[in-house]
Ligand binder design. Structure first.
Ligand code: NCD
Length: 352
């Protein structure tokens, strides 16, 4: 496979490659000017986002009828994908699996390293290289930040690369979640995402979804962000620096009630206590960062309430019945957005 990237000839080692700015690394994960490995939210720009959203819309409509669904599931029926999800996942796994089925991609899965040769001492890198011998795409969720990227980097240096899609890497990135989140905004606001006030709430420090979603905001004009979190779990400075560099105004506050009134979208998240080192989450009162029934009368009539799920108590169950609660729709949008991404990566998006 011919790479268009200048970096291929340089062949830096991983220790040199990994710390580079994402903007420099993107060409290495592209092919013929198109996204090839989907690793970082920064790989999406407005044009690509719009294209993927229109593709997802088309997929939704076309597959409504059996002949349409049969056509779509023939487009990639020669492809096989491996789902390597070695971190807990329900919806992202199911979403990718069903996105593959929509496109006719055959799937295999590993969800637990104890059933793989890693227990015989094989390095995870060799294990994923083994997968690539059998399949045409690897979709990965991994607890270690950088591992998914390293897999793509290794693959691209072999004679038989396959695209790698990041289904969540540590507390770092979750690009396809950001894709479906923005697709949900796109559908909720009839394509008009510019000039919106988006409020992200919860554990912003360790939540990868809010990090990836923040990166995507650079594709839109006039966005205003409010970050609402306990002081222990404020958004990390790398994201705040990114927003400053791209002139995206943001505020940080603990006063949820104060900012919800002007919100166009409220993005709730749970506390990410699986990343605790010594039970630090228990010391935090998370209740001010819950969305309750009584808040419904405070927010705009057009405001949407989102959540990447799973939820604990941060959205009261009775809120689900309000038409502004779009998180179940958001979950379903994920399957279509991911199917659109696969159609794009394998170049059959024009055949819809
Ligand atoms: C999120 C994740 O795994 O980062 N879930 C998801 O992919 N839908 C959010 C979370 O676990 O809180």
């Amino acid at each position: 496979m011919q790479r268009t990237s200048a970096m291929t000839s340089v062949q830096p080692d991983w220790e040199n490659f990994y710390p580079r700015p994402i903007s420099e690394k993107i060409p290495f994960f592209s092919k013929d000017g198109r996204l090839y490995d989907c690793l970082f939210a920064q790989q999406f720009n407005r044009e690509l986002l719009n294209h993927l959203f229109e593709t997802a819309n088309k997929l939704k409509t076309v597959t409504h009828r059996k002949d349409g669904a049969d056509h779509v599931s023939s487009l990639l029926s020669d492809k096989r994908a491996m789902l390597y999800f070695v971190q807990p996942s329900t919806r992202t796994f199911m979403s990718f699996l069903n996105a593959c089925h929509i496109m006719g991609i055959k799937t295999s899965e590993i969800r637990d390293t104890t059933t793989s040769s890693e227990v015989k001492g094989e390095t995870p890198e060799d294990t994923v290289r083994t997968f690539s011998s059998y399949v045409d795409m690897i979709i990965m969720r991994h607890p270690a930040p950088g591992f998914v990227e390293k897999t793509a980097w290794l693959m691209n240096r072999t004679g038989r690369p396959v695209p790698i899609v990041n289904g969540g890497s540590g507390k770092d990135q979750h690009p396809t979640q950001a894709l479906l989140d923005v697709y949900t905004l796109y559908r909720s606001f009839a394509g008009e995402i510019d000039n919106k006030h988006i409020v992200m709430v919860g554990d912003l420090k360790r939540g990868r979804t809010v990090r990836s979603l923040s990166y995507l905001m650079k594709s839109y004009k006039g966005i205003k962000l409010s970050f609402v979190s306990p002081k222990e779990f404020r958004m990390e400075s790398d994201i705040l620096d990114f927003l400053r560099r791209h002139d995206i105004p943001f505020t940080e506050t603990e006063d949820f009630r104060g900012v919800m009134k002007t919100a166009d979208a409220i993005y709730m998240t749970r506390i990410q206590d699986e990343h605790d080192k010594s039970g630090e989450s228990k010391a935090v009162d998370y209740s001010p960062f819950h969305f309750r029934q009584e808040h419904l009368k405070e927010i705009k009539k057009t405001c949407v309430i989102m959540h990447p799920l799973p939820r604990r108590h941060e959205i009261e169950l009775s809120v689900d019945d309000d038409p502004r609660a779009v998180f179940w729709r958001q979950e379903r949008n994920g399957m279509w957005a991911r199917a659109a991404l696969m159609a794009y990566i394998f170049g059959v998006d024009k055949k819809l």
